[in-house]
Design a protein around this ligand. Structure first.
Ligand SMILES: Nc1ncnc2c1ncn2[C@@H]1O[C@H](COP(=O)(O)OP(=O)(O)OP(=O)(O)O)[C@@H](O)[C@H]1O
Length: 699
């Protein structure tokens, strides 16, 4: 029991993981258990799934390059047949050589068989060359096709899926699937080849003596068992440790990343991160050592078993010869057939096992394809009104899906998780990622509730408000009050758990999401600073449109970013990535101008700006608000999120949020007169400028 317990891949929780990531980073493999992937790791399953695996490799190959796939298949079948024919030729030649009056006559009699053998070997060599060429052509193409689909599907899923850690784990594991798909081609080809050769050797053996075939199988079983056992361990371990590996890469990436570099130097974070990198690597190395120890043990057991079986086989052959039950020539062919057959069977088992292991990873990739398709942004839907008058949030409630592993569920320090056998784990409620992807957990759902805790507060709680189009609407509220969440819902990035968002009566949930996105231009708080040229950083606002100088110049002017561009060493062609040669870095405020230029380039009818002036100096801030006002003057709707309440004065309508609820709405003057939350915040900010700073007292 104890030995069994040690064999499981249950994690040892290192102090580094606890400190940096709040607990063990390994997964409970819920996803795979759910998908029965582990059940598939038995010998029976492996053989029954073989036709499916071969078909899947063939399909992959055909998709990538149908001609090369045909050449490969034909070459491998041909090679298998050639091996069978050569064995028969050897059998005939041996028969002729060992029986007959004199050696010259025997040689003459064996000559046709020997010639046939030479021809077959030549053909086999040619086929091998053809197979090598076709495999070399196919493999990179298969990998590219699989990777492209992976990237395409990942880019197409809902934001909520990307933020869901279970889906992310699937993305992590599936990224190896493309490489496995590539390997499956070679393994698949070799399996076909080995199967045909084996059938030939087995048929010859059965004809020679019926007892020889079972002996051949017994000789090969141990290596099959050992290969399968090790593959299962490797696969389980990979799945358990995939997050841990990612975290290790994350730490090493942080140590070289330019954005972390200043703090690493000033705060001396380097040794701290290095220490934890070492500790995490050592934990991972311990797992590698565990696998190696087990593999060595399994290998030894298998070798002993093979030795006994080989001895038994040759003893049987000797007994048959002694008893006169077998001629010497037949025994000679039997030895060759046993050697060829054992080699074929060994290869076959190893190749099937490799194919199976790769197929498991390709299975992850296929699961990711399916999950991504289920969570893809829906295509089609109702058209939105051409020129809507208003967008109305009606009783909108939204909660972010929260982690189902709250900190209090982590194994306590005194009882490391690895001391608990897997099957003795305390039963958990069904985690969110095991639910069908489309069933979004809501706070009302039992699985969304931390055990013994209260459900998290919704980010938006029963919000009803109107956004009149063609105006400037400001969203105001303290940190975490739900402003960004509201605009993300407006942009269709999330859908409400309850309530509706109506565009002049058309529910956005039923609308065509791509058409909805067409209308929106957004400068998010943390908008992407693409590591490309300044030109691309602006034009990426509408990458599908032709990139014209006029449009670029107009957008840059609208954002007041002319000076930023003029100061760049190579103008718009300057690469904005410091870590490449010739790369240039912008200041936070300069980036913000480019971000606004990007949104202007998009020319969406609704411009969402989230904290557009956070990094701007006082003069630049005034200027940017002027530009934003001008945009609204041209009929564009501006939804503005800002903490600078002085800048909100020009808004047509202000909505004030507090703890996810709408608490006030009105024009800035109305809200000031009302003396509520807005007036309080406004007065607080105004006081910062009017209160005289007391002179420091002498010590
Ligand atoms: N991606 C996310 N996943 C989970 N929770 C989130 C996510 N984004 C925001 N939240 C939570 O939702 C609540 C509202 O956040 P939101 O970003 O909408 O606030 P905000 O009013 O824009 O704040 P700020 O003024 O600081 O930008 C917060 O409690 C926050 O922790």
């Amino acid at each position: 029991m104890v030995g069994k317990r040690r064999e499981t891949a249950e994690p040892v929780v290192s102090a580094s993981e606890r400190l940096l990531f709040g607990g063990p980073l390994r997964y409970d493999m819920g996803w795979n258990q759910h998908a029965d992937a582990f059940l598939a790791l038995s010998f029976r399953a492996m053989t029954t799934q073989l036709p499916g695996m071969l078909a899947s490799s063939l399909r992959l190959a055909r998709q990538a390059d149908a001609r090369a796939a045909r050449v490969l298949l034909a070459a491998e079948v041909g090679r298998g047949v050639a091996q069978a024919v050569s064995l028969l030729a050897v059998n005939t030649a041996l028969g002729k050589l060992l029986t007959g009056p004199d050696i010259a006559q025997r040689l003459r009699a064996a000559a046709p068989a020997l010639t046939a053998l030479a021809v077959v070997m030549l053909v086999a060599a040619l086929l091998r060359a053809a197979s090598t060429y076709a495999t070399g052509r196919l493999e990179p193409k298969v990998e590219r096709v699989a990777t492209e689909l992976y990237l395409e599907r990942s880019a197409n899923v809902e934001l909520a899926a990307i933020e869901d850690h279970a889906f992310h784990k699937l993305l992590d594991t599936a990224q190896y699937g493309a490489r496995s798909a590539r390997h499956m081609i070679g393994y698949g080809a070799r399996v076909i080849n080995a199967m045909i050769s084996l059938v030939a050797a087995a048929s010859v053996l059965t004809v020679l003596h019926p007892a020889l075939l079972p002996l051949l199988v017994t000789m090969t079983l141990p290596s099959a068992w050992s290969a399968l056992t090790n593959a299962r361990r490797r696969y389980e371990s990979f799945h358990t440790w995939v997050q841990h590996a990612r975290a290790g890469q994350l730490i090493s990436g942080l140590l070289t990343e330019p954005s972390a570099a200043p703090e690493i130097r000033v705060h001396g974070v380097g040794p701290f991160l290095l220490r934890h990198f070492r500790s995490m690597s050592e934990t991972a190395e311990a797992e590698q050592a565990r696998l190696a120890r087990l593999a060595a043990r399994t290998g030894l057991i298998a070798a002993a078993w093979t030795g006994v079986a080989t001895l038994a086989t040759y003893a049987t052959l000797g007994a048959l010869l002694l008893a006169g039950a077998m001629a010497l020539s037949v025994a000679g062919t039997a030895v060759i057939a046993i050697r060829t057959g054992a080699a074929n069977l060994d290869t076959l088992v190893l190749e099937i096992n490799q194919l199976h292991e790769e197929a498991l990873f390709v299975g992850d990739l296929q699961r990711m394809y399916t999950a991504a398709a289920e969570r893809a942004i829906p295509v089609g839907g109702e058209p939105l009104p051409e020129h809507p008058k208003e967008i109305r949030f009606e009783n909108v409630t939204f909660s972010y899906p929260h982690d189902e592993h709250p900190a209090d569920e982590l194994p306590p320090r005194e009882q490391p998780a690895h001391e608990q056998p897997a099957h003795e784990k305390p039963p958990r409620e069904q985690p969110a990622h095991e639910q069908p992807a489309h069933e979004k957990p809501t706070p009302d759902h039992p699985s969304d509730r931390p055990p013994g805790g209260t459900p998290p507060r919704p980010a938006l709680d029963n919000v009803t408000l109107t956004l009149p189009l063609g105006r400037i609407i400001a969203l105001v509220g303290e940190n975490g009050s739900g402003k960004t969440t509201l605009v993300k819902l407006l942009a269709g990035l999330y859908t409400p758990d309850r309530g509706r968002i109506l565009w002049d009566g058309v529910d956005a949930a039923r609308a065509d999401r791509r058409l909805l996105a067409e209308r929106i231009a957004m400068v998010a708080q943390d908008f992407k600073r693409w590591p490309f040229t300044a030109r691309v950083n602006v034009a990426v606002g509408r990458s599908a449109a032709p990139m014209t100088e006029e449009r670029l110049a107009a957008s840059i002017a609208e954002a007041g970013a002319e000076e930023v561009v003029a100061d760049l060493p190579r103008g718009l062609d300057t690469l904005l990535a410091r870590n490449f040669s010739g790369g240039h870095e912008l200041s936070g405020g300069q980036w913000q101008r480019l971000g606004i230029a990007r949104a202007a380039y998009r020319r969406g009818s609704i411009l969402i700006v989230d904290e557009p002036t956070a990094a701007l100096d006082a003069r630049a801030e005034l200027e940017v608000f002027e530009k934003i006002r001008a945009l609204a003057g041209g009929g564009q709707t501006v939804v503005l999120i800002t903490h600078r309440l002085a800048s909100v004065r020009h808004a047509d309508l202000v909505h004030v949020l507090e703890h996810g609820k709408l608490v006030e709405s009105g024009t800035p003057d109305e809200l000031l007169a009302r003396g509520g939350v807005y007036a309080d915040l406004y007065t607080l900010q105004a006081q910062q400028f009017t209160t005289r700073v007391p002179a420091p007292r002498p010590a």
